[in-house]
Design a protein around this ligand. Structure first.
Ligand SMILES: [Zn+2]
Length: 343
């Protein structure tokens, strides 16, 4: 075999060996004995030549179908970590439905899942909101994702649509294809009064007043609408400081919980600035958004993807736990031996 072909073989083995093993996995998400038996052949030949770190962490985390069967722990930072002991948000609840089920991102730290469930019920009961359509939480073991989000890696972030839940159970196909509705007016600097309403402001305020919530991200136009309507929702404006403007987020708002007590390795984010964010910060966002787009520069080389080495060391364990044969930590001996605890 030439060096070139060997290299190709290694790449293929790493790319397909892992996904094949997982694709053949049983209901529990761990490779079946047959799949585990099939995988090492390719990996054993490939393993010694190239360290596993060349595999993007998103490829590994994106392939795992089930949570790590360990006590819950959010590990690392919101945009660089993983999640042990995740719980899945049930796809249907009395006050919510989960969307885009094919992505398998309805997993979170149990505290986040409980929070979403409680919030959905309260928003329905107290704010006249028909129910939540819930977008992405995290992957079963958190970590970077193949598409979308830089954050959502440690099971403490949730995207909640600004489209109300319909009064019927959506089909799997509808949950894949139904479009979320943007709240923006044509100028992108304001919300569209035909779509934005007081109930949306009320549910965002409810989320922001929750003690577990540390941040909410919304489009600058939504932040502006909240700044303008806060006084009509009561004298307290302090909740506005948790609601910060950010790119995107005009179809949904993004809720971020603080580090739970059970997660010693969770890296907290700095607290939000003490102000309500309605002054200079909002003005600079609106200016940024109204600026004409810059002409495209020369094409940049693609950024090097995050690898397991860029994540906390515990994430390697999270990735492997309960998986009988992984290629994650392959050494000269090929795939790692099965860890002691299973499922
Ligand atoms: Zn988000």
């Amino acid at each position: 075999m030439t060096a070139m072909r060997a290299l190709l073989g290694i790449t293929m083995a790493l790319a397909f060996g892992w996904s094949t093993a997982l694709a053949q996995s049983g209901d529990n998400g761990f490779p079946s004995t047959a799949a585990a038996g099939a995988a090492p052949k390719a990996s054993a030949a490939a393993a010694p030549k190239r360290p596993p770190e060349v595999v993007a962490a998103k490829t590994l985390f994106g392939a795992v179908k089930q949570a790590a069967p360990t006590p819950p722990s959010a590990i690392g930072g919101y945009a660089g970590g993983c999640l042990a002991g995740a719980r899945a948000l049930p796809i249907d609840g009395r006050a919510w439905q989960a969307m885009r089920l094919s992505r398998n991102r309805n997993w979170g730290h149990p505290e986040l899942v409980r929070w979403v469930e409680g919030f959905a019920v309260a928003a329905q009961k107290e704010d006249g909101w028909p129910g939540l359509l819930v977008g992405d939480l995290s992957q079963p073991r958190g970590g970077p994702m193949l598409t979308g989000h830089a954050s959502h890696q440690i099971g403490l972030d949730a995207d909640i649509w600004l489209t109300p839940m319909p009064a019927r159970r959506l089909s799997y196909e509808e949950r894949e294809e139904m479009s979320a509705v943007s709240m923006l007016a044509e100028n992108k600097l304001e919300v569209d009064p035909q779509r934005w309403d007081a109930a949306r402001a009320r549910i965002i305020k409810r989320a922001a007043t929750s003690p577990q919530v540390e941040r909410i991200f919304v489009h600058p136009a939504i932040k502006k609408a909240l700044c303008e309507s806060a006084s009509s929702m009561g004298p307290d404006r302090s909740w506005l400081s948790k609601v910060r403007a950010y790119w995107g987020h005009h179809y949904h708002f993004h809720v971020r919980l603080g580090c739970p007590n059970d997660s010693a390795s969770c890296k907290p984010q700095p607290p939000p600035p003490g102000d309500d964010g309605c002054g200079a910060e909002l003005a600079s966002w609106l200016k940024l958004i109204s600026a004409p787009p810059k002409p495209p520069g020369p094409p940049k080389p693609p950024a090097r993807p995050m690898t397991l080495d860029n994540l906390p060391a515990e994430c390697r364990v999270v990735l492997e736990t309960g998986i009988s044969r992984g290629v994650v930590k392959s050494s000269a001996g090929g795939p790692t031996a099965a860890p002691a605890q299973q499922k």
